[in-house]
Design a protein. Structure first.
Lengths: 242, 233
């Protein structure tokens, strides 16, 4: 399978698509759920560089077309590249000018194919993606992993969220959550992640998708609680313990 | 202790880019090492891409040089075709393209900074992997590890040109004090609507930090200026 030299121009080389990479600048969990009017999605604004919390104002959720919202964890440069692919996809869709527009199901399907095909070439886009949207009253919430595993569900989470947020959602999610209850439930998950995920950063955004469109909140921080009596003197009975 | 003089030339480095009200200030140290040996103690890590956009280079010296050479070449053509100076955003995105598409082979972190008439002064950080992040200030290189706390405390919006340059010089100097891979002089480049100014801050002009002593010509000078007491060795 020969590639012509300079087929990609001077900007990249043909030798580089043979190997699996490792991530450098990563985003942590994304959590999302279906509620009465659509989808709610939450992600913090952190970009970690190994164990360093290097960037603290990274938008990890972006609207796609009129009907969808994409949240990503994993390598941020790959997320930025995916946004460019989607830009092109939406542009070409708009150019048909036929009154139709790509909905969340179609975008999710496109992303699944992209992720799976990259995985087959041993050159994955190192992301876990959450795709949510509403079109014609139909709510849709799906996930794609870096190896192309994809599914849809009433509530999803990536990374640490799988372990910490999903059990909470399983217990407390129900059909027809109001906006306020949905936000409180997401904030409960995000607070637990803040306590227990080392790469979490206390600056987050919550996004809402309904039939009217996509809105991403301003960045804000959550209060945390440390005033437990057990916290103030944990080793009182057993010096040297933790 | 093996010097390993056949190691790749790496600019351990401390690089900084800071926006201020009216432009940007870029700063860097001047040490290039080959393993433990300092191959160049007066390198210039702040490289010109266009008249109004410069890039601070860190990591592999070779990789960062070739990336800036390619980007300078593309930007030159782009400027001719566009008929006016390239914007900082375009320059930064070209750097990102090279960094992202060759991520398996490159090991360089870059800070692109400049001034254009549409957006004013802008700083873009492009770390390993090719992520692009626009920031009010950016730090990079091995020395930057020692500066996160410093900037968290010292950075503020709306500084003047002189405040910004003083902050950059102080920061690079602090990093040099603690990072073995950073050293030499502090170079700064200030870019704004009026143009570009290069400054040179030699090691002996910088303030002294903890456990650093005032440099002397010789012990003899100290002994001669001391009071006439018996010498205590």
């Amino acid at each position: 399978m020969e590639q012509k030299p300079f087929s990609r121009g001077l900007l990249s080389s043909e030798a580089d698509s043979q190997r699996t990479l490792y991530p450098y600048v990563t985003g942590t969990s994304v959590v999302a759920l279906k509620y009465k009017d659509g989808i709610l999605m939450a992600a913090d604004m952190g970009g970690s560089y190994g164990s360093t919390l290097r960037y603290k104002t990274v938008e990890r959720m972006k609207s796609i077309g009129k009907h969808s919202l994409l949240g990503a964890s994993g390598e941020l440069s790959d997320f930025q590249e995916i946004l460019r692919y989607l830009d092109e996809l939406i542009l070409y869709d708009n150019m048909w000018d036929d009154g139709n527009s790509l909905g969340p199901k179609e975008v999710h399907s496109y992303l699944t194919r992209v992720m799976y095909n990259r995985r087959n070439k041993f050159n994955p886009l190192w992301n876990s993606l959450v795709l949510g949207g509403v079109k014609n009253g139909q709510k849709y919430l799906g996930m794609v992993s870096m190896i192309g595993v994809n599914f849809e569900d009433d509530h999803v989470a990536t990374g640490f969220g799988n372990h910490l947020a999903r059990p909470i959602l399983r217990e407390e999610w129900h059909e027809n959550l109001s906006f306020e209850d949905g936000v409180k439930l997401l904030e409960k998950c995000m607070r637990v992640l803040l306590y227990r995920d080392r790469s979490a950063v206390n600056k987050l955004q919550i996004a809402k998708i309904t039939d009217e469109g996509v809105t991403v909140s301003q960045p804000y921080s959550l209060k945390t609680f440390w005033g437990f009596s057990a916290f103030s003197n944990p080793t009182a009975g057993a010096e040297g313990s933790w | 202790m093996d010097l390993n003089l056949n190691d790749e030339h790496s600019m351990g480095t401390t690089i900084i880019g800071v926006t201020y009200d009216g432009g940007v200030v870029l700063g860097a140290d001047s040490r290039t090492s080959t393993g433990m040996y300092v191959a160049n103690r007066a390198s210039d890590k702040i490289t010109q891409l266009t008249d109004n956009v410069y890039v601070c280079r860190s990591g592999s010296a070779a990789d960062s040089q070739i990336v800036s050479d390619y980007v300078r070449y593309f930007l030159h053509q782009h400027t001719i075709q566009l008929g006016q100076p390239a914007t900082v955003k375009v320059a930064a995105n070209l750097v990102r393209l090279m960094a992202y598409n060759n991520k398996n082979m490159l090991q360089t972190g870059l800070i692109v900074g400049g001034w254009d008439k549409y957006e004013g002064g802008k700083i873009y950080g492009i770390p390993l992997g090719g992520t692009i992040v626009e920031q009010p200030f950016a730090i990079g290189g091995s020395g930057s590890s020692y500066l996160y706390g410093f900037f968290d405390q010292a950075w503020k919006e709306g500084m003047t040109k002189d405040e910004a340059e003083q902050l950059v010089v102080k920061a690079v100097s602090l990093a040099i004090a603690r990072d073995g891979a950073s050293g030499g002089v502090v170079r700064t480049v200030i870019i704004n609507a009026d143009g570009v100014t290069r400054n040179f801050h030699p090691g002996d002009s910088l303030q002294l930090w903890h456990e650093e002593l005032e440099p002397q010509n010789s012990l003899l000078d100290i002994l001669n200026t001391a009071s006439p007491e018996p010498m205590n060795f």
